[in-house]
Design a protein around this ligand. Sequence first.
Ligand SMILES: *[C@@H]1O[C@H](CO)[C@@H](O)[C@H](O)[C@H]1NC(C)=O
Length: 365
Amino acid sequence: MAARGAWAAAVMVMVAVMMSLANAQRQQQGPCLFVFGDSLVDNGNNNNIQSLARANYLPYGVDYPDGPTGRFSNGKTSVDVIAELLGIDQPILPYSSASGQDVLRGVNFASAAAGIRQETGMQLGARIAFSEQVNNYKNTAAEVVNILGDEDSAANYIGKCVFSVGMGSNDYLNNYFMPQYYQTSQQYTPEEYADALIQEYTHQIQALYNYGARKFALIGISQIGCSPNSLAQGSPDGRTCVERINGANRMFNDRLYTLVDEFNSNSQDANFTYINAYAIFQDLIANPSPYGFRVTNAGCCGVGRNNGQITCLPLQTPCSNREEYVFWDAFHPTERANTIIGRRSFRAEKASDSHPYDIRQLAQI
Ligand SMILES: *[C@@H]1O[C@H](CO)[C@@H](O)[C@H](O)[C@H]1NC(C)=O
């Protein structure tokens, strides 16, 4: 009898230990990343919508393990690189196909041609504007509540995830600097336009905060005036960046930087950082050889002057030396350039890369 009692007690202890191990495992938080943005980071959300801004055909994805996925690159995007560096072991899925437990490692809401403003990108067809991306995120947040069982657990979980927001490029490219389709350049000076964009942007960030986001990486606009498309259209020598566009981009970035400081000083329980994509990109273009780049002013795949007239066409043959190109097509970086941008966003190499800290530090808070 005594032996049997001891045996039973030992079994119960073992069961208790196993249960608490399982519990610890369930509660352990993996890294997670939620992504808001445009074609620079879209990974398939536009594949099934009526849009000219799609990239689910070769040679897009020619260097990606799954081939063409909708990514506007030959391979990975900068957020793919950031997700890997965060330690997320599988690619984050686009909102259009993410479901079940997969959403716990994060979801990508980005949509090519989308902007902060509703009308931005409309000449290309359907797209998911920033405010709609935020609405989609609310559905995902509700799904996290379902998976984890209650709102407190979901808030606790989501509060540790990184929220990457890279919006605004199309509000210039496919709005302000496209006067044949849009009125904004007649309605606003560049300063006023940047103010209006930041005001709308602020509302969306507050909505994300209201639905649990606490760690924000706000990505500045890159140098759009240096894209092969801008060079093809507005650079006399095909090499000098278009300052009219870059200057407007800097106005937006200056305000975004200030917004980060304001949010950080006014918020009790959230952290914000600014990623200086503009400066990182400038570095690549001004000083390409240490990175192994040889061509900074033309797309690897494209049509016309600087390969910058339009994007890469279906089944077009791209350049073979892709690692020597900063740009994959008229607008979007190669995987190689995205890798450098992603790495420097994650771990700053220069003090100017991020403010006040990089994404690695943001994740560790
Ligand atoms: C993160 O935000 C909290 C609340 O505003 C603040 O107390 C803390 O210092 C911030 N962390 C860093 C590293 O700035």
